[in-house]
Design a protein. Structure first.
Length: 283
């Protein structure tokens, strides 16, 4: 970890440790659980956390020994942040009962795909709400989340939301909620595109004569290593690609196919457009 990253982590830990009031997590599946792991790793006191999850995993249940309150009975008071991580199809049933927890001091953060600020405002009248879209690399602390606030979110509420969302990776703020469907199409769904790339590279390797176990290993390691290089390098993706490509070489031959008029660029454009349209339909 670099010096700047260590400093950032230390600041986040200090800030999380000093959160006033209770943090309520509604839904502790894969994404909600990843966020909770991130908060606790950054020294959020477990006694400040309430988890509402009808089917808690063994790992979530084990956190009760550390002080996390799981499905407590009775009212939950002094809620500083309400993080909603249930499946979108459960929203209509799961969100209205949360309204009594919300006060003027509460910021509600939703990571439900497709659920708009208008929908959330209808379920939690008068609440300060942040709509966010994380992605699955959050499970290893390498996710990226894009967020957009409603008009009631104060500067302090935005800082708190940024802190909570940043526990699993980078955070960006969209200037307009209308962009969230495209965000979902690029970064929310994007990991699946990368995994598909690894799949297709492996199949192409088998077609070229490689044994399947070797083709799988080469494709997996190449995609993972290239992603890490892209993460660490100050160079943009185009420059990194050019650095690998020798004129007239094997890479140039392959890129001639991938970068043709009917190649990867128009295909990815159509794919992202399809995902964006579907996001609007689901909303």
């Amino acid at each position: 970890m670099t010096k700047s990253a260590k400093t950032k982590s230390a600041r986040a830990a200090t800030s999380l440790a000093s959160i006033p009031g209770t943090l309520v997590l509604v839904g502790a599946g894969k994404m909600g659980g990843a966020m909770l792991d991130g908060w606790l790793a950054l020294k959020l006191p477990p006694k400040k956390v309430v988890v509402i999850e009808p089917q808690p995993s063994r790992a979530i249940k084990a956190l009760a020994k550390r002080g996390v309150r799981i499905n407590p009975k009775g009212p939950i008071k002094d809620v500083a942040a309400l993080v909603i991580a249930v499946k979108p199809q459960a929203a209509a049933e799961a969100i209205p009962p949360l309204a009594p927890m919300v006060s003027r001091k509460t910021v509600a953060v939703s990571i439900m795909a497709g659920k708009t600020l208008a929908f959330l405002e209808g379920a939690l009248p008068g609440a300060a709400i942040v709509r966010a879209m994380p992605n699955t690399p959050a499970a290893i602390g390498r996710g990226i989340t894009v967020a957009v606030p409603n008009a009631k979110v104060s500067a302090g509420g935005r800082r708190l939301a940024n802190l909570l969302l940043g526990a699993t990776g980078a955070v960006e703020w969209a200037p307009d909620e209308a962009l969230m469907d495209a965000v979902t199409a690029v970064s929310g769904s994007g990991p699946a595109y990368v995994f598909l790339l690894a799949e297709t590279m492996a199949r192409a390797g088998v077609a070229a004569g490689l044994p399947k176990p070797l083709a799988d290993k080469l494709a997996r390691a190449t995609v993972a290593g290239s992603g890490e290089l892209l993460h660490r390098s100050p160079l943009d993706a185009a420059t990194l690609r050019e650095n690998v490509t020798s004129p007239g070489g094997t890479t140039a031959a392959a890129l001639g196919v991938l970068m043709a008029g009917d190649g990867l660029d128009p295909l990815m454009t159509r794919a992202v457009a399809a995902a964006t349209r579907r996001g609007r339909e689901l909303a």
